[in-house]
Ligand binder design. Structure first.
Ligand SMILES: Nc1ncnc2c1ncn2[C@@H]1O[C@H](COP(=O)(O)OP(=O)(O)O)[C@@H](O)[C@H]1O
Ligand SMILES: [Mg+2]
Length: 243
């Protein structure tokens, strides 16, 4: 745990926890991929109902956010509410968590619908086309958007405007690092292994840790990090183990 203890208490993850504790219900997490943004958005301060998740792509439709008509018999259709409306309702109408991943990719109709779903609680409302019920976000409804961009200018300004608290996540979450074997934790926190300049995601560390148990470190390093850097990765691990 020595590595963990060296971490500054006032890091970006502390900021995220404090902001949620303070009851802020719109937060944007952005920065390099593979640090645990989506995981934290899905799990941190989420009430009883599991969080609802949307992943933005160029093809995301408005129906995938609010819902669509589904055939339920030969001549019968039913409206199935989508993750946006389900999160508004949450457990027992209290409102739950909506996670919107890769928000930099939101565009067109989906962007307009996201704007409507993330509107201020006083203005937000949506009508179920089947029951004609007006739905409003429950009091505990919260949205965490995530993006792997480094520059906020890459996120639609209209969405940014809804999210005054934006936290740049620049390091992996400690709990994520703690689930790796101890010899990998220091490198995972630093986001690098050996002299390779490129940032290494938590996902690669997990894959390497898992694979090496099955087929040995050398093969695992080749499979996960590629031929070019595998040797330097293995050297870095040997040096780390000695020190
Ligand atoms: N707190 C945590 N505990 C355990 N595993 C975690 C934790 N945070 C992240 N992970 C794992 O790390 C990997 C990367 O996390 P993810 O949230 O997808 O990163 P990002 O959204 O920043 O790209 C995933 O496999 C995820 O399950
Ligand atoms: Mg993510």
């Amino acid at each position: 745990m020595a590595v963990m203890e060296r971490i500054d208490e006032l890091d970006c993850w502390r900021d995220f926890a404090d902001v949620l504790e303070a009851g802020i219900s719109r937060v944007l997490l952005y920065g390099p991929s593979g640090t645990g943004k989506t995981y934290a958005a899905l799990h941190h301060n989420v009430g009883n109902a599991p969080a609802e998740r949307l992943v933005c792509t160029e093809d995301l439709t408005s129906g995938e956010i609010t819902g669509t008509w589904m055939p339920v018999g030969e001549h019968r259709w039913e409206w199935r509410e989508g993750p946006g409306v389900r999160a508004w309702r949450g457990a027992g109408g209290r409102g739950g968590r909506l996670v919107v991943d890769e928000v930099d990719r939101a565009s067109g109709d989906a962007l307009s619908t996201l704007l409507a779903m993330t509107d201020s609680p006083e203005s937000a409302r949506w009508r179920n086309p089947e029951t004609c019920e007006w739905v409003r976000p429950g009091p505990h409804f919260s949205v965490v958007m995530t993006s792997n961009v480094d520059d906020l200018n890459d996120i639609p300004i209209s969405l940014l405007d809804r999210f005054p608290v934006r936290i740049r996540i620049d390091r992996p979450h400690l709990a994520a690092v703690a689930s790796l074997s101890s010899d990998l934790r220091g490198s995972a926190l630093a986001g690098s292994l050996g002299p390779a300049a490129r940032r290494i995601s938590l996902r690669s560390f997990y894959a390497f840790d898992e694979l090496r148990r099955q087929c040995g470190a050398a093969r695992a390093a080749h499979l996960v990090f590629g031929d070019e850097v595998a040797t330097s990765v293995l050297d870095a691990l040997t040096i780390a183990a000695l020190s």
